[in-house]
Ligand binder design. Sequence first.
Ligand SMILES: [Zn+2]
Length: 206
Amino acid sequence: MLFTFGWILLAHLDGVLWLLLFEGSEVGVAALLSGSSGGTMTREEVQAILQKYVNVWNSANHGCHLWVALAYPGDAITIPDITFGMNKDPHQVAGMNVRVHVQLIVLREDMTPESLLTTFFHEYGHACYERVHPGAFNEVDSEVAAICSSLELCVAEGFEELAYREAKSVKEIAANEPYRTAVAKLADNELWRKYVSGEHASGQSS
Ligand SMILES: [Zn+2]
């Protein structure tokens, strides 16, 4: 289901979408689901933050809108604002051709608000990477961009404890590619080093 005011982000409707969905399942989704953590954020707060980033993206006018959808694995994703054949008498409609050029971020619907936010920030990093490198997709570099995005944006929005948690969860999946090489590339990255060091006491603000 799409958020009520119809967000949508970016991406070609190709393999990228499936990569994102698969990635979500890699990151230990069970730990992200509602009720498994004592977060204090609400979905409304998260939605407002996401909307801000979507607006920034869409106001940049680079010809590719960003869409954000919530879904469960296996769900069909509805293309927002596209309805078949309603611009003329329905009895006269036989077919239509629509060119869709969007970047689409899909988030697992039953995650906690905190996990919706950090997952969005991660996927937003992938989206920004793809926008800057059209046609030159490098899986590891995209992952580096996504990891950095999630840390940077958590901090920028004042959720530093989520940056620690995010770094920890990346570290936990870093035995597998492309995370392994991405994390190796981040060895000298100050932001990564700070948040992966794990010195933050979980659940307390510093
Ligand atoms: Zn990723």
